[in-house]
Ligand binder design. Structure first.
Ligand code: C5P
Length: 217
């Protein structure tokens, strides 16, 4: 095990999108490469933590020293997160699909000769908010907020509504999605710290240092 500021700690990270099946060949998803979440898992492991990474479908290698649990849907992700608790820090980076179909087809839907299918949707559970309400809530619970406008305002509101300690907000109106750089604002209960744009690995390292500090104080 690596000796670092998070030695002896368990860090849980969610990353990537979730896929909500429409039929065996089609799905609904949010855009997410998983890069920021995987970088945070890597940085936490490098800081000495035992890391559980619950990953949606992405094309990324598992960072060294990280325990990875692959999932597909939001319900599977919620289950894997519950099974991974307790944790000292949970960082919910995943872009969980807000809705899933309730009329999921067992066979491939055919387009020829029939009207487009009507998708019946229901809301997925909010994994972050559910973890916040659990008796074994991690002492440091972090959410992410990808917004295209009113970034800080929505992030502050989200922090309170979901019961997270901090929200890491980023403006995705540019080309952050799938890119290698990110500019984030760290929204805590008392202040907002804005970091300049930098590689996602550097964002991850700075965040993990701050998580370790917060846990130690
Ligand atoms: O509401 P919104 O999706 O913008 O919230 C983003 C934050 O909430 C992220 O931390 C994300 O991982 C988490 N989330 C979740 N479960 C959901 C939706 C979002 O954990 N169903």
């Amino acid at each position: 095990p690596v000796d670092g500021p998070l030695t002896g700690r368990h860090v849980l990270v969610t990353a990537g999108p979730t896929w909500e099946p429409i039929d065996p060949v089609r799905y609904i998803a949010n855009r997410s490469s998983g890069k920021q979440g995987f970088s945070i898992a890597a940085a936490a492991a490098a800081a000495g933590a035992r890391v559980t990474l619950v990953a949606g479908p992405v094309h990324l290698p598992t960072p060294p020293g990280v325990d990875r649990v692959d999932v597909e849907s939001a319900l599977e992700m919620a289950d894997a997160v519950k099974n991974a608790l307790p944790a000292d820090i949970a960082v919910m980076v995943a872009a969980v699909a807000d809705w899933r179909t309730i009329n999921t087809a067992k066979a491939k839907l055919k387009k020829r000769g029939s009207a487009p299918p009507a998708l019946l949707l229901t809301e997925n559970p909010d994994i972050l908010a559910t973890v916040a309400a659990r008796p074994d809530r991690p002492p440091l619970l972090i959410g992410f907020a990808a917004e295209t406008d009113n970034v800080l305002e929505y992030a502050k509101e989200k922090r309170k509504r979901k019961g997270a300690d901090w929200i890491i907000a980023n403006d995705v109106s540019g080309d952050v999605m799938g890119g290698d750089a990110n500019a984030v604002h760290i929204v805590t209960g008392s202040d907002v710290v804005s970091l300049p744009e930098m590689p996602k690995e550097d964002v991850a390292r700075i965040l993990v240092e701050r998580f370790a500090d917060a846990l130690a104080h």
